[in-house]
Ligand binder design. Sequence first.
Ligand code: SAM
Length: 392
Amino acid sequence: MNISSPLPVPTTEEHELSHKLVQQISKEIQQTTQQTIPFRRFMEMALYEPQLGYYVAGKHKLGHQGDFTTAPEISPLYSRCIAQQCQPILTELGNKSTDILEFGAGSGAMAAEILRYLDEQKMLPKQYLILEVSPDLIARQKQRFSHEIPNLVKHIQWITSLPKNFKGVILANEVLDAMPVDLFSIINNKVYEQHIGFDGTQLTVHDQPASNTLAAIIDDLSIKPHSNSYTSEINPMISPWLHAIAESLTQGIMILIDYGYTRQEYYHPDRNIGTLLCYYQHRAHGDFLYYPGLQDITANVDFTAVAEAADKVELTVLSFTSQATFLIANGLEQHLIQALEYEPNKHYQYAQQVRTLTLPAEMGEHFKVMIVGKKINEGLLSFTGVDSRHKL
Ligand SMILES: C[S@@+](CC[C@H](N)C(=O)[O-])C[C@H]1O[C@@H](n2cnc3c(N)ncnc32)[C@H](O)[C@@H]1O
């Protein structure tokens, strides 16, 4: 990931697309009484505004040609480890009557590999459901599946809302980090909420006194900044999202994988510029107003908030660990050996993939895996015992 070099300049076509989105955002701003919108709404429009938002418009987002790369794009071994954790749950609940549901399936890389693996194990679920908010990504997923796994396409179904009485495994890989967040600052002990305005030519950033609700939430975090200015984020979607999942799930688990921290680390006094980052053509930077609609905007996950929200809706937090620990416990080494039997000439590539997935300085430690569930015995998880729930 390149952090310091100048950002690439978009093409004329991309420039026009972003301009249209800015016009749309400024129209909404001008319709408000205070002439600003909360940052959260700006981020929602920048990522998901119909036809124009980053995840919705037709831009190549994931992989080498896109703006960022996720673990399923890096290596099929990753998805095989996830599939290995799905297997005992499918066996326990009866695979012929049990489903897998993936939120935000991106390019479809993980779904394709999980289905391949479960097919080899003769353990296919009844259905593989995909709940994806981006029509562009749905089209890419369909294209991939018909090309790569034509014999398994009949098991895949796209859904637009959570099903009633879901039984099985829910997967969310890098989904929480793509949800809109509230951006706040603590300046000289006063709490402000960042809003976006429009000065007639361009979007502008404004610190506004935080609403009582937001101020109370931030107060509860007991942040003790070391400097006069401290900025961070809160994801207000975590609670309603888990609430909806708990309503749908009758029995099974959800595997959540994302970059993030426990609350203590997230709101550490030294982390005074928060975790919000933008990705444009593999450049990471902090300018969230740079060509809205053309770049990803993302924030890390507060896993303590996820655990608290799960607890409130009676989902049990079954385990919490690093990505490296999870992958190793779910057969990474065996999956590597097996892959090399088929493709011995790809030794270097596979070794490189394993390093990226597991080394602490790469994805191994910063990415966490949390499993929550209902009516599931902890013994069905591969890594009980190597668990960091006590840190939450
Ligand atoms: C960073 S991408 C990750 C894609 C894929 N899971 C991967 O790891 O390669 C975020 C994905 O989450 C989807 N997404 C965001 N919010 C969502 C929601 N509330 N429900 C379902 N999908 C969502 C986006 O459309 C996108 O596919």
